[in-house]
Design a protein around this ligand. Structure first.
Ligand code: C2E
Ligand code: MG
Ligand code: MG
Ligand code: MG
Length: 291
């Protein structure tokens, strides 16, 4: 009886596996279809000077406008796009759309804005990555110095010579490199020494603990900000949702922030409205707290 049970389980397991593989295949072809049908669009989230509330730039975040599923989060399709290599085409598309939009904002007179774009390891492995980026920048008349490429910590962990030479070449071209989700990886500190960076993005999980009497979270964030500054990096705090978190970050000297407190990621049109409204979101009022 025990033998029969084992056999049954094995069969069940195989059926599970092949269902999963079929699911994967279906998802892959759906992603290919979506790319061909131009269903991907870019939303923008302001990155704000914590002190003044002024919009310093924005991060481009991809969305999939799926005909049946509605607006799909990148968490649901970026991993598959990375596994299948479709991220290369998707990344190009996002980059081109974001540059075209940035060009329109520069033309409208919003100068000094930075554009942040997320990049996957797979894209950096493309031989012509730097050339493709420069071509797109030229096409839309975007100076390389306003571009920030955000790489998650896990990319640095790969310890891959192709990636480190790619990063040096990008920086030589005037492009800035940000380490995204800082603090969530295994040995973030050693990457800070190994790679030339420009921006450190403090992960939301640390910011979450601020302003709620979590002394350890405060100590950690404060240490990360100090560390970033002593390495001459710009520090951006991610995921600021409340005024108390913002105030604590300001007291710690954190220059830039991003989060629902200021704005969720929004459509390009809505972002244009935010820019037109005077470039200031939730500033820390001068003299507040005095008297
Ligand atoms: P990320 O680069 O760390 O982007 C920040 C994520 O946090 C975004 O999620 C944003 O909507 C969310 N967020 C910002 N402020 C807050 C807040 O105050 N509270 C909360 N709860 N969330 C906040 P999103 O847009 O879903 O993107 C998820 C991730 O997908 C990104 O994380 C990034 O790693 C990846 N991603 C997005 N667009 C692209 C892309 O074009 N290419 C690549 N390779 N990855 C992308
Ligand atoms: Mg990012
Ligand atoms: Mg991030
Ligand atoms: Mg993140």
């Amino acid at each position: 009886a025990a033998k029969d049970l084992g056999k049954g389980q094995a069969r069940l397991y195989h059926r599970d596996l092949s269902t999963k593989m079929l699911d994967r295949l279906a998802q892959r072809s759906d992603l290919e279809r979506g790319l061909a049908a131009d269903e991907f669009l870019v939303h923008y989230q302001p990155i704000v000077s914590i002190e003044t509330g002024r919009i310093a730039g924005c991060e481009a975040l991809v969305r999939w406008e799926h005909p049946e599923r509605g607006l799909v989060s990148p968490y649901e399709f970026i991993p598959l796009a990375e596994e299948t290599g479709l991220i290369v085409a998707l990344g190009r598309l996002v980059f081109d759309k974001a540059c075209a939009q940035m060009h329109a904002w520069l033309e409208a007179g919003y100068c000094g804005l930075r554009l942040s774009v997320n990049v996957s390891a797979r894209e950096l492995h493309e031989k012509h990555y730097l050339e493709d980026v420069r071509t797109a920048l030229r096409k839309h008349s975007i100076p390389p110095t306003i571009l920030v490429l955000e790489l998650t910590e896990s990319i640095f962990a790969l310890n891959d010579p192709t990636i480190s030479s790619q990063l040096s070449a990008l920086r030589e071209a005037g492009i800035k490199i940000a380490m995204d989700d800082f603090g969530t990886g295994y040995s973030s500190l050693s990457y800070l020494q190994k790679f030339q960076l420009d921006v450190l993005k403090v992960d939301k999980s640390f910011v979450d603990g601020l302003g709620v009497d979590d002394l350890d979270a405060g100590a950690l964030v404060s240490a990360i900000i100090t560390l970033g500054h002593s390495l001459r990096l710009e520090v951006v705090a991610e995921g600021i949702e409340r005024v108390d978190q913002r105030d604590e970050l300001a007291a710690m000297g954190c220059g830039l922030g991003q989060g629902y407190l200021y704005s969720r990621p929004v459509t390009a049109d809505r972002m244009s409205d935010l820019l037109a409204a005077g470039l200031s979101l939730d500033p820390i009022e001068a003299g507040r707290g005095v008297g």
